[in-house]
Design a protein around this ligand. Sequence first.
Ligand code: ARG
Ligand code: GLU
Length: 720
Amino acid sequence: MLLISFSIQIKTTAKEGMWIPATLKAHEKDMKAEGLEIPIDKIYNENGTGLNNAVVLFGRGCTGEIISTKGLVLTNHHCGYGSVQGFSNTENDYFANGFWAKNMKEELPCKGLTVTFIRRMENVTDKVLAGIGDTIRDSIRDTLIAKRISAIEKDYMKSTGMDASIKPYFKGNQYWIAITQTYKDIRLVGFPPNGIGAFGGDVENWMWPRHTGDFSMFRVYAGQDNSPADYAATNKPYNAESFFHINVSGYKEGDFTMVYGFPGTTEEYISSYALKQVYSIADPISIACRTRKLDVWSKHMDLSRETFLKYTSKRAGVANGWKKWQGEVAGLKVNDVMGKKQAFEKSFQAWAVADKAADYAADLLPQMRTAAESMDQLLTEDLYNREAAFGVELISQGAALENVIKCFRLNLSGDALTDTLKKVMKGMEWFSKNYDAATDKDVFISLMTVYFTKNAYSLPPYFKEQYLAHGQDIINWAYDIYNTTLLASQEKLNTFAENAIPADSTKILKDPAWQLYNALNILRKGKIVAALNDYNARMKYLNRLYMKAQMEKNKTKVFYPDANLTLRVSYGQVKGLKPDGPAKYSYQTTLGEVVALDDSTSDIFKVPKKLKELYRTRDYGRWGVNGTMPVAFLASNHTSGGNSGSPVLNSKGELIGTNFDRAFEGTMSDYYFDPNRCRNISVDIRYTLFIIDKFGGAGWLIDEMDIAGGSQKAKVKSKK
Ligand code: ARG
Ligand code: GLU
């Protein structure tokens, strides 16, 4: 037993952790020992001058950093990708050609995109939980808590004039409020072509060495008083008091680094029973289904540029999870994380049984085990439903036909019916614009083949009937579906709306897309959803107490809360990766290595001509280092999905890079952080500036920034 708690001590001293900025003071000594050279209250404070005011939640799941007084935001290429898709078509192909505004007037407003600032965070646990016992039934407890949360949020909104939102931390053992401001007029400023910003594509994704210039730039616009406002041509660039100063002097292995951003989800304190569900159910099934879907998509995308443009963003999303999970399974295995969890649980159990004060904890693990094991089968089925059946776009989009049916229920006729239907059809335009029925038909064929073999005993009755009715021939069945459904094209949908009479509701009820969707829905509602909800509620309760107990068991350890898409700071070092002994990898890649990978026949390894020319002439301006151009670097900061676009800072809090990925060997860090294998990958800020300046010809943006170090002296900037 001694051995186990010893190994846990070691884990604590490694640079694992994603810390709440408002609690960083507790780490000041350690951070200073590691190399930090600025006071903690520069990183975070509540008077408006802290760096927390320069880190933003970009969209719904990425991070961005403010890099000028005029609201310029730097984030990842893959974080801007979805917005750029809105402007891209075969004539205006920003993915192929890039986009660089020449002045503010040319910046493109991005509908729906938001940027959120975190002004302040406060621990409100006492306010939320006062008088609410740990072991009251969750149904009662949750209602009480929800009421309090909404009352407290309202109070804070009133007193601050800003938004306020409370989230649970440590599985509901703590609550923190964030005072935030969300800006809604965000415009595209710069976007390198895919040959730079997505270089290496899914082949290099989640891997080191890496050669991607994964960055893009936007600008936050504000209303007259610098507050959030809806888009208006008269809005002004957001006037940022706090922004990141850039340093281009570089770094060396071992240098202190911090990552400041919004990691989304981690489960570091998970039980072995729940981890087993990830490791041997969720990951393998999802990987297998997505392999099939990606094979089909890629085949069709290679054949047509139009299909490529429709699916490129979707493919990146699907492939991203697919590859990460492969790294995760491998990393969990190599580290024997299951074994480590089991060993910890043994010691936990011994403590819980022996320690009187831990009475409540003695039964937690056995209960978790029973709950988890009784869910394994249903979870398996549901994964096939989600990844194989709903993985077909036509089936998931069947949900939209539900809205069409609702129109008919309003008992309208004539123009009233047509107009209402047209509105609903309009809502499907985005789907249609990015949909290719021939591609999806092949996905259907491929995924239904797995669905029918692996999930044979739990198929929705309608699926079975249809399969039999089509002579057990999935291809024949698919042909029928895609010929009949209204979802096959926007024209079909619009024509239907145009000519609809009240009796046409039956046409929708007979549409195969709706039928497939509906059959799955009935099955899930009847058998799965309620059981899953019960299970999740049960686990939420047990996990809350298990977390509390883990913290009580080890009172000297400083715990960090699992990621929950709130602002965090991780710190570590610039560090190479050589998990298998001999120095195999360096900690930095260069433009020379990018050009060496150039392949004009490949969609993802084709280096833009202009970039090759800049390389040939070594025309790096002030951004190069003795004739080389750094591209990406590795460091040992604990990051997760959501940290994309996060500022990577040096010991003085200056910007040296933009985080965009993790190395394959360490993607299991969402469950277990191994300091030998877990690395975050960043674009070197010098590469970003070089691309903006020399490749994009957008020097006017460089003039806005505050840049120190490098071969030329930094300009002195007047701060407005
Ligand atoms: N793996 C990175 C992240 O999780 C980058 C994803 C985008 N790149 C890609 N090739 N799909 O977001
Ligand atoms: N690319 C990830 C993102 O979108 C960050 C990489 C990671 O998961 O570490 O947030």
